[in-house]
Design a protein around this ligand. Structure first.
Ligand code: NAP
Ligand code: G4F
Length: 346
């Protein structure tokens, strides 16, 4: 039986990947970090919390990573853990550099010293393209990062490539474009919108504050993207791959689709707030996933409108159940919301 170690198993992608690997007969280990309030709702929502082995570890703590690799003795490591919110990387640039950058070297060093044949997947990102120099973006498009998050991930991208070539380690980068789902964190724009639309429809919220609604993203469906991660590690040699839909849509288009799913007009509810604008943003992302299609047979299935509909319907159902008094694992009732009492940057 193959064994896999997933870092960041409490996030959006970790549970979907764990579910996929369990279905393929893997023994799955996942790392979680100690937080003051337990944070396992996604694993509970997918019904897999007792099908995986959880190991406490923090990416800033080398000893805990060594322990996690020793306990799990994995054939494959999926390094998904990260400070993944671009905006927070402007608030906490050094933490982001450590967690999203240096931690990758920690894993690569562990593999180099302990067991060189562990296959390693690094969660790289389309955010690396930053000020895009060509569209669509593929594996050869230059990286021009626009955030501390992207700068840290750029380091992680290159160190994986460097260890691959220097030490023959099976280290790969999945350059994943934005991918969303009902398990997406509430701070990201798609889930912020789907959650707000559901609440507005049910009379629980009156308006929605957003930042740059002209930004364009290539949004796909997360459960399909984790299949791409797995295929990258099953390839006969370590290579880097773009995973994307090839379609781009603005935040405004997401708003139009999400509100019209509930027969509402977004312009009646949405306001923009300059406090929600980033010091630098990525204006447009659109991926060219032809390499992964050709070499690994991976293709996206879920189209933009369907993705929006899945997310809005999921949030509506959850709020309805909540109002009916049902108890179930879910994040939204605990969310502090946006800026009303949060002060960022002078
Ligand atoms: P996510 O929902 O934010 O999950 C991040 C995970 O990392 C959580 O389990 C989190 O734990 C954990 N984590 C954060 N800091 C940690 C630390 N210091 N030590 C140990 N664990 C830590 O992210 P995601 O959407 O699943 O994305 C997975 C990975 O893909 C990330 O590396 C992200 O940067 C990258 N990526 C994502 C996208 C996307 O569109 N989703 C696109 C490209 C690349 P807590 O639950 O305790 O916070
Ligand atoms: O949903 P976002 O916060 O995602 P972003 O910044 O694209 O990052 C996500 O995708 C990356 C892959 O490209 C990942 F690497 C990263 O970990 C993360 O998963 O913002 C999307 C766009 C941005 O242009 C942002 O400025 O939406 C714009 N936006 C406008 N108003 C907003 C808001 N974003 C957020 N989060 N909140 C707003 O109110």
């Amino acid at each position: 039986m193959k064994s896999a170690l997933i870092t960041g198993v409490t996030g959006q992608d970790g549970p979907y990947l764990a579910q996929l690997l369990i279905s393929k007969g893997y023994k799955v280990f996942g790392t979680f970090r100690r937080v003051s309030t337990p944070n396992f709702w996604r694993l509970q929502a997918l019904g897999i919390i007792d099908k995986i082995t959880l190991i406490p570890a923090d990416l800033t703590d080398m000893a805990s990573l060594l322990e996690a690799v020793t306990i799990s003795n994995p054939d494959e490591i999926y390094n998904l853990a990260a400070q993944s919110f671009v905006e927070s990387s402007f608030d906490q640039p050094l933490l982001t550099a450590d967690v999203d950058g240096s931690s990758t070297t920690k894993f690569l060093e562990i593999i180099r010293h302990l067991k060189k044949d562990i296959k390693f997947y690094q969660a790289s990102t389309s955010e690396l393209y930053g000020t895009v120099v060509e569209s669509p973006q593929n594996e050869k498009t230059p990286f021009v990062p626009n955030s501390p998050y992207a700068a840290a991930k750029l380091y992680a991208f290159h160190i994986s490539r460097i260890y691959r070539h220097s030490y023959g380690i099976f280290a790969t980068n999945g350059i994943l474009f934005n991918h969303e789902s009902p398990l997406r964190g509430l701070e990201f724009v798609t889930r912020k919108i789907s959650n707000a639309v559901a609440r507005i429809k049910l009379g629980l919220q009156n308006d929605l504050l957003l930042g740059n609604i002209e930004a364009k993203r290539d949004w796909g469906y997360a459960p399909e993207y984790v299949e791409g991660m797995w295929r990258i590690l099953q390839h006969d040699k370590p290579e880097d791959f773009v995973i994307a839909t090839g379609e781009t849509h603005s935040v405004k288009e997401f708003l139009e689709a999400a509100f019209s799913e509930m027969s509402l007009n977004w312009e009646d509810y949405v306001k923009t707030d300059k406090n929600l604008m980033r010091p630098m943003d990525v204006p447009l992302l659109c991926g060219d996933a032809s390499k992964v299609k050709e070499k690994l047979g991976w293709e996206p299935q879920t189209k933009f409108k369907e993705l929006v509909s899945i997310m809005v319907k999921s949030d509506l159902e959850k709020w309805k159940k909540h109002l009916a008094g049902e108890m179930f694992p879910w994040d939204a009732p605990n969310f502090a919301g946006d800026r009303a009492f949060i002060k960022r940057r002078n």
